[in-house]
Design a protein around this ligand. Structure first.
Ligand SMILES: NC(=O)c1ccc[n+]([C@@H]2O[C@H](COP(=O)([O-])OP(=O)(O)OC[C@H]3O[C@@H](n4cnc5c(N)ncnc54)[C@H](OP(=O)(O)O)[C@@H]3O)[C@@H](O)[C@H]2O)c1
Length: 368
């Protein structure tokens, strides 16, 4: 294993120290992890906020023993690599997603320390020089989610409905459908003027206000009463699931990100009409779930790894080519207070549209 000798033994991470501790997060001193055979150790330049992080702090549903350091989206520089790693090497600038059942790389950077995290090589990719560390860091989790929902599912000319096109996953999904996968019509929705505007800028042809407009009626009008070929619903909202399931055409496809209808609280299962609505239309119901690969590791087989590796490669390639470009609505420092406040606002639905970037190391990220 190549090891950078300046790497410290410990760092002051940001995460939770008690089961179901919730927000605010805390600073916690943890050992710098050592990369296993197929892992790299990344000195972190930047990261981003994902709803998963407040959910883990609230519910600890991956069954971890605290302390848990959060910050699962990563960009930075490889400082050490396990012996099985041949895709990247020490010194490379990379983007990566840490295992979703492992630790991340947020550091209480106001203490002047660097943050470190390990990532597996199939979830690590070289960062193109034209892409900033900040922009590379907001892509992994949100891009892979959109990729898993749409890639191989959208055919050229399809009519696609992606609710929440101003969200972290949604704004990338809209661009992917409209600019790469050649969907014929992309429909989206939002409630806040800034997220509606972002969905439009991302290439959605029609964007509705889900609080005000009658989505089913509007989509019926746009599709001549037929319905859309495909829905990709990454809103985690039961209300949205019920509404979007009614917009799929007969024999179409309804893909949902995460645990799906009836289970959005994770605490209780409730009755959901979605499966019946889809069955009545003969539509295919697909669950897309990155978390499942980590909560049920048997699902992370060779095919799944290849798919995720391809997703990480295309995240960088499409961003560098200006096809699927991350929108950073807000950039914050990696401090306990700023991250906790950012997650609180994400939880309340009031975060900036697109993604919130976290600058972990100003010098390394070139954001000084
Ligand atoms: N399991 C997995 O693999 C996985 C992976 C990634 C993300 N996720 C989950 O997916 C969800 C979305 O993540 P994100 O990062 O995109 O979150 P986000 O940035 O907070 O975006 C959520 C979006 O949903 C929109 N929305 C909320 N209710 C809606 C409704 N009824 N109809 C239409 N749009 C609605 C919001 O629009 P307005 O703000 O305009 O209201 C916002 O644009 C989160 O719950 C996250 O935990 C799961």
């Amino acid at each position: 294993m190549k090891q950078n000798h300046t790497t410290p033994e410990t760092f002051l991470g940001v995460g939770y120290t008690r089961d179901r501790a919730g927000l605010p997060l805390e600073a916690v001193r943890v050992p710098v992890p050592r990369p296993a055979a197929d892992q790299v150790l990344v000195r972190v330049a930047a990261s981003s906020l994902n709803p998963l992080e407040y959910k883990l702090a609230d519910l600890n549903f991956m069954g971890r023993t605290p302390p848990v350091v959060l910050g699962l989206d990563l960009s930075g520089v490889v400082v050490a690599a396990g012996p099985g790693v041949d895709r990247v090497a020490a010194g490379d600038a990379v983007a990566a997603m840490a295992d979703l059942n492992g630790d991340g790389g947020w550091v209480a950077a106001d203490g002047g320390e660097a943050g470190y995290a390990v990532a597996r090589q199939f979830l690590t990719v070289r960062k193109p020089p034209s892409l900033s560390f900040r922009d590379a860091a907001v892509l992994p989790m949100a891009f892979l989610s959109a990729f898993a929902g749409l890639y191989g599912a959208v055919r050229a000319g399809d009519t696609v409905y992606i609710p929440g096109g101003g969200g972290g996953v949604g704004h990338l999904a809209v661009q992917m459908a409209a600019r790469v996968l050649a969907a014929g019509m992309v429909i989206s929705s939002g409630s806040r003027p800034e997220s509606i505007a972002l969905a439009r800028r991302c290439g959605a042809h029609h964007v509705f206000d889900y609080r005000r407009d009658d989505l089913s009626a509007e989509i019926a009008k746009l599709t001549g009463g037929r319905g859309v070929d495909l829905v990709f619903d990454a809103t985690y909202s039961e209300r949205s699931f019920v509404e979007t399931s009614k917009t799929v055409r007969r024999g179409g496809r309804w893909a949902v990100l995460g645990v799906g209808p009836g289970r959005t609280t994770r605490l209780a299962e409730t009755h959901s009409p979605v499966a019946a609505v889809l069955a009545e239309r003969g539509a295919t119901y697909v669950n897309v779930n990155l978390l499942r690969y980590f909560s049920e590791p048997a699902t992370l087989d060779g095919e799944a790894r290849d798919f995720l590796r391809r997703g990480m490669d295309l995240a960088m390639e499409w961003a560098a080519r200006g096809l699927v470009v991350p929108h950073v609505g807000r950039t914050i420092d990696s401090t306990v207070a700023a991250i906790s406040e950012g997650l609180k606002s994400l939880k309340a639905g009031g975060a900036a549209p697109g993604k919130v970037a976290v600058i972990v190391d100003r010098d390394l990220a070139g954001e000084g």
